[in-house]
Design a binder for this molecule. Structure first.
Ligand SMILES: NC(=O)C1=CN([C@@H]2O[C@H](COP(=O)(O)OP(=O)(O)OC[C@H]3O[C@@H](n4cnc5c(N)ncnc54)[C@H](O)[C@@H]3O)[C@@H](O)[C@H]2O)C=CC1
Ligand SMILES: O=C(O)C(=O)COP(=O)(O)O
Length: 636
């Protein structure tokens, strides 16, 4: 019999496989395999229902099992990692990181110590698409549009997009998620720079600094033309009271302004703490002398400043935008400037960047412009570069990023604790799907966790994603990872629900057992059906190793390594020997064997762990043993 690998090795190897990026599957077009979970669910809820879609999908095990992903382990030493080139060939080369816009040196140094860094600035969209399939990571600022075409062109190699800054409106997050590509940003390092730029625009606009500077340089001395307005005592409305907005508020308070803010998601006590009243959108825009924009560009904020909203503003209002050009309807702003509703505007950002040279807005005499300089201080750029380089290197190393944008975070300590259960979850999914008769559409899967922990302290998102991975990968050509698991399930019309059962055991272990049930399908192995007609298998982690502990109503105990034969027979002496002999004669090494029965002398189930796949003849011989009623060979 083969020896059992150490529990630690099994769990660590598999965890690495989840965190690393390559798969041995031959389809190199598949998205990569990262350990980040895309899930929109509340981890603390006991039952979670996911999408219902009219479509269903059918497993065809024989051909698809060959596509089962044997994920490669990350090489732990130095900075070398296993990766797969375009032809599916495994190499030990360093990852390639494409930096498509200027990044601070400290960040570049960090990246260079880890991988091959290709700094190619000003790539056309076509050139970016041409290059991207050779890259494991892409680092951008606001100037690179990371579109669906880019993810398609990446052919599954791109594992992480790092946005060296805050706004991720230039990255197609939906496409990234669908392709299993993690997106991380650097959300904190440029906050002060953006806030300071907002204040710079506010004060310089109020005193016509840019216009009077230009006029002096043109040889004029126009003191009466450039009389400004004072700030003290004026009302400033901050639209978007997040990191930048609140720093602008603090500074404006120091200038003696009365600051109000509108942000539907900001906590009132945080605003109150710095002496800012949170007000409605209408109240903010109708009472402010100055309006400073600090919300992200989303479908909800797109052109939120338009003819209608300008009409509601106080005549002579002054507008500052250091957020995103797209939140303003720029034609409407020109009209508002011409009519005097808006006395002045100071803009750092534009709907299209750079804006057309003849842009009426840019040319308007009451408008001050800067070319998206909010984050452009030496300090912010060094900070952002380091922040994004660390996040990207971490992601390529399979670590969880605190700044993942399209993947809820599972803290590293939770990940480490769940490591063996993650292996178990995937293997149970993989086994359960192979028990379905080819042609039966799978629509509904339930994962039942028995645990002594209260639901709030058990985060099952990782486990659910791995069950999903186990179910989908053998029957499709998609590599599932924790970014795209939920999305892929939805796409396949697969509804995955979860249930937690609190049991009276030691809360030291996060999970007592995991059960996977597939309902409304036929099974290739009828004994796997529980009383309610669902395919049902259950497993536990024992000494760090995943074990199969129940098949339908039968208790078994076999470690989930290698492959598995499930055999139902009449409970009688000599069966282990008979089947064991047949396997031995065919040189199939048996690693584990376990017999489970419901009633003595009636039917029993034999679960046999085998290293090799028995050939057809051997399988036929097993089927011909008189007491054997049914059997199935399953790949793990
Ligand atoms: N010009 C530049 O170089 C820079 C621009 N930015 C931009 O500034 C914006 C804010 O950045 P941060 O403060 O770091 O982000 P943040 O996420 O900390 O704050 C954004 C705030 O906007 C709020 N918000 C969302 N929808 C809203 C709505 N419909 N109405 C009002 N508020 C809404 C959110 O609740 C959040 O509090 C982003 O768009 C970012 O891209 C940030 C840094 C530099
Ligand atoms: O961080 C942001 O959202 C910014 O807008 C900064 O953009 P940039 O990195 O300077 O192109």
């Amino acid at each position: 019999m083969a020896s059992t690998p150490s529990p630690h090795t099994a769990a660590t190897a598999h965890l690495n496989s989840l965190l690393s990026s390559s798969s041995s599957s031959v389809n190199h077009n598949k998205p990569s395999n990262l350990s980040f979970l895309h899930a929109s669910s509340n981890p603390s809820s006991i039952k979670l229902l996911h999408s219902v879609s009219p479509s269903s999908f059918s497993p065809s095990i024989s051909s698809s099992t060959t596509a089962i992903c044997n994920v490669l382990k990350t090489v732990e030493s130095a900075d070398i990692s296993l990766s797969r080139d375009l032809h599916g060939v495994v190499s030990t080369s360093k990852p390639t990181i494409l930096v498509s816009e200027k990044l601070g040196e400290a960040g570049l140094d960090l990246l260079r110590s880890f991988g091959n860094v290709d700094c190619s600035y000003d790539l056309s969209p076509q050139d970016l698409c041409a290059k991207i399939s050779l890259c494991d990571a892409l680092i951008v600022r606001s100037g690179t549009k990371v579109t669906r075409e880019v993810f398609e062109a990446a052919q599954g190699r791109l594992k992480v997009v790092g946005r060296a800054g805050v706004g991720i409106d230039n990255v197609d997050l939906q496409a990234a998620t669908e392709f299993g590509c993690l997106v991380v940003n650097a959300p904190t390092a440029n906050t002060i720079a953006a806030a300071e730029h907002g204040i710079a625009l506010l004060t310089s606009m109020a005193r016509n600094v840019a216009q009077s500077d230009a006029s002096m340089k043109a040889g004029k001395w126009l003191r009466s033309k450039y009389v400004g307005v004072s700030l003290v005592g004026k009302t400033l409305a901050i639209m978007g009271f997040g990191k930048v907005g609140s720093e602008v508020a603090r500074r404006a308070k120091g200038l003696g302004m009365h600051v109000i803010a509108h942000d539907p998601y900001a906590p009132a006590d945080r605003a109150r703490a710095i002496g800012v009243d949170l007000v409605s959108f209408e109240q903010a825009i109708s009472t402010a002398d100055f309006i400073s924009l600090h919300m992200p560009l989303t479908p909800a904020t797109n052109k939120v400043f338009n003819d209608d909203t300008f009409a509601k503003m106080k005549k002579g209002v002054r507008l500052i935008n250091v957020a995103r050009g797209g939140v303003i309807d720029e034609d409407a702003l020109v009209r508002a400037l011409d009519s005097g509703i808006v006395a002045q505007a100071a803009l750092d950002v534009f709907t299209v960047e750079p804006p057309p040279k003849d842009s009426k807005l840019v040319q308007h005499e009451n408008v001050t412009v800067t070319p998206h300089l909010g984050a452009s201080t030496k300090e912010a750029q060094e900070g952002v570069a380091i922040e994004i380089a660390e996040a990207v290197v971490g992601a390529l190393n399979g670590e969880l990023s605190a700044t993942a944008v399209n993947a809820p975070m599972v803290p590293p300590e939770v990940l480490s604790e769940l490591a063996p259960y993650v292996v178990l979850a995937e293997k149970l999914g993989r086994l359960a799907v192979q028990l379905v008769t080819g042609g039966s559409g799978i629509q509904s899967v339930k994962v039942v966790y028995k645990s002594a922990r209260d639901p709030d302290s058990l985060d099952t998102r990782l486990l659910r994603a791995m069950v999903t991975k186990g179910i989908i990968e053998p029957i499709s050509d998609t590599i599932i990872n924790l970014v795209n698991a939920d999305f892929s399930a939805k796409q396949k019309g697969l509804r995955i629900s979860e249930e937690r059962i609190i049991v009276d055991s030691s809360p030291e272990y996060p999970v007592e057992s995991i059960q996977v049930q597939i309902s409304n399908v036929q099974s290739r192995f009828a004994s796997a059906l529980s009383e309610n007609g669902n395919i049902s298998i259950e497993g536990k982690v024992k000494y760090g190793v995943p074990h199969l502990t129940r098949v339908g109503p039968f208790s078994v105990d076999v470690s989930l390594e290698g492959n598995l034969i499930l055999c139902k027979q009449v409970d009688q002496p000599g069966m282990i020997g008979k089947v064991g002999n047949i396997l031995g004669e065919s040189n199939v090494n048996v690693s584990f064997m376990s017999v489970g029965r419901t009633v003595k002398g009636k039917q029993a189930i034999m679960a046999i762990g085998v290293d090799e796949e028995p050939d057809k003849d051997t399988q036929k011989k097993i089927g011909e043993v008189s007491a054997v009623e049914e059997f199935v060979f399953l790949k793990l």
